[in-house]
Design a protein around this ligand. Structure first.
Ligand code: HEC
Ligand code: HEC
Ligand code: HEC
Ligand code: HEC
Ligand code: HEC
Length: 153
């Protein structure tokens, strides 16, 4: 029992060391001259998507991280605009909710593809009406106009 506990303690120390090393690697200033945030470069850190996109499971909008989130690992002052560009963007007359889709067990990759392999995000699935409706047919979700378009808008 004692040996097991000691082993567990050692593993804990090793894990803490690993995280520490990782932070040392990342502890450098990112500034205005830095390139756009790369999901690919951060794949090794293995953060969950909701670490940065806090609303992706529970809110309408997934949202973007503030620089304060980056400062967890990069102290210093970043000045590049986040986001630098928008890839997935619906017109205002369309209603969409991340929370509804998360509840229906649709996962990020269904719509955004393998983000972790991409330095710059590219459009995986179109955001046009036909692409929405195709999946809704496939998964027996609603095709009622008013689900995605409020009347009178
Ligand atoms: C460390 C923070 C961080 C993590 C973790 C992260 N992202 Fe991002 N993500 C960003 C930032 C920053 C941008 C904006 C990039 C830019 O400047 O264009 C972004 C952009 C995106 C976009 C493009 C949105 C648009 O319309 O332009 C998608 C999609 C996305 N992320 C999905 C994901 C998914 C899926 C995961 C998990 C596999 C994930 N992200 C993990 C920080 C993060
Ligand atoms: C959990 C720690 C962690 C967080 C949070 C984090 N990073 Fe990083 N970042 C790293 C590590 C580790 C590297 C080095 C990866 C490498 O060189 O392969 C890195 C590298 C970078 C680089 C250099 C990439 C290059 O092409 O030279 C930039 C720029 C960067 N991060 C920006 C950001 C931004 C912007 C955010 C917030 C949206 C962020 N990081 C959040 C750990 C983190
Ligand atoms: C059913 C398809 C679908 C799924 C599943 C999905 N997204 Fe999205 N995502 C979209 C669409 C469509 C937009 C554009 C929304 C808009 O403009 O109103 C979007 C926008 C975004 C954005 C840009 C910021 C925002 O809130 O508009 C980020 C970041 C993002 N998604 C991340 C994620 C992450 C992380 C997951 C998994 C937890 C995820 N998405 C799951 C379709 C999806
Ligand atoms: C990967 C498959 C998939 C894609 C792509 C997809 N959806 Fe959905 N969507 C679903 C599923 C499954 C549900 C069912 C949720 C439920 O039954 O609660 C749903 C539900 C919804 C709802 C809630 C409907 C209600 O009952 O009130 C709206 C609104 C919606 N989707 C809009 C969109 C829009 C807009 C797009 C395109 C930008 C889109 N969806 C793309 C799978 C998808
Ligand atoms: C699952 C979601 C969804 C449903 C259901 C849906 N739409 Fe759409 N609709 C969209 C999206 C997303 C767009 C925006 C496409 C774009 O970016 O151009 C759109 C765009 C439109 C437009 C603008 C012109 C165009 O084609 O881009 C009209 C008109 C329209 N829808 C009518 C309808 C009618 C009528 C119904 C019912 C028969 C319906 N929609 C059902 C998602 C939906």
């Amino acid at each position: 029992m004692d040996r097991l506990n000691r082993l567990r303690d050692r593993l804990k120390t090793m894990r803490a060391g690993l995280v520490f090393l990782l932070l040392i690697c990342a502890t450098r200033t990112v500034s205005a001259a830095d390139p756009v945030f790369s999901h690919q470069r951060h794949a090794g850190v293995n953060l969950s998507c909701t670490f940065c996109h806090k609303g992706a499971a529970e809110k309408e909008r997934a949202g973007f991280p503030a620089w304060a989130t980056c400062r967890t690992c990069h102290p210093g002052k970043g000045e590049t605009a986040i986001p630098s560009e928008r890839i997935y963007r619906l017109p205002d007359f369309v209603f969409f909710s991340h929370a509804r889709h998360a509840a229906a067990k649709a996962v990020c990759t269904d719509c955004h593809g393998e983000v972790k392999t991409q330095a710059r995000i590219t459009l995986h699935r179109s955001t046009k009406m036909a692409a929405c409706v195709d999946c809704h047919k496939e998964r027996q979700a609603t095709q009622a106009c008013t689900a995605c378009h409020e009347l009178g808008q």
